[in-house]
Design a protein around this ligand. Structure first.
Ligand SMILES: [Zn+2]
Length: 171
């Protein structure tokens, strides 16, 4: 079976990377992170040539978004974009997940590999795990959520209860 394998990245290294972005963008104190504005206004300054497209449901029936690191491009499905603008927690996370792919998975870091029979992809080599990890760390900034309960995190960071519980268990 062929699957995509990414260069290994631990949660701690992703956390450090997020800290760097929060510092350079002056957003260290922002609990409810403006992810749509970040994609529209800040990402083009961080990633040369970055652009995003809003795609129709017909064009993208089974995915909320898709990222093309080689083209510096993110596609977001129209309904997800609309919901994220209106602060829907699931949609906000979808955008953060795609930004994770863009920032973590450049052309050289992803390979299509064949796993040995019975070998399982380790989570820290799985690009989907890495993008989820990035999304969680980015929207729920570690120094700000320490000491909060999952429901406080969910409410204050604008994420789903499920995402907040996962993140809470990693603090
Ligand atoms: Zn993904």
């Amino acid at each position: 079976m062929n699957i995509y394998k990414a260069a290994p990245l631990s949660r701690l290294s992703i956390r450090e990377y997020v800290k760097h972005i929060r510092i350079v963008t002056g957003t260290e104190d922002i609990m409810f992170f403006p992810i749509v504005e970040f994609m529209e206004l800040v990402l083009p300054q961080l990633v040369e040539g970055f652009y995003y497209e809003i795609c129709s449901k017909e064009k993208m029936p089974n995915k909320c978004g898709e990222t093309f690191p080689a083209k510096n491009k993110i596609c977001i499905r129209e309904d997800i974009y609309e919901k994220a603008v209106n602060n829907d927690p699931f949609a906000r996370f979808s955008i953060a997940h795609e930004i994770g792919h863009l920032l973590l998975h450049d052309v050289g870091s992803i390979s299509l590999c064949r796993l040995e029979h019975g070998e399982k992809l380790k989570s820290f080599e799985d690009p989907e795990w890495q993008a989820d990890c990035f999304g969680g760390e980015f929207l729920m900034y570690y120094p700000l959520i320490k000491g909060l309960t999952p429901s406080e995190i969910s409410e204050q960071c604008g994420v789903t209860k499920r995402a907040a519980s996962v993140q809470h268990s990693c603090v």
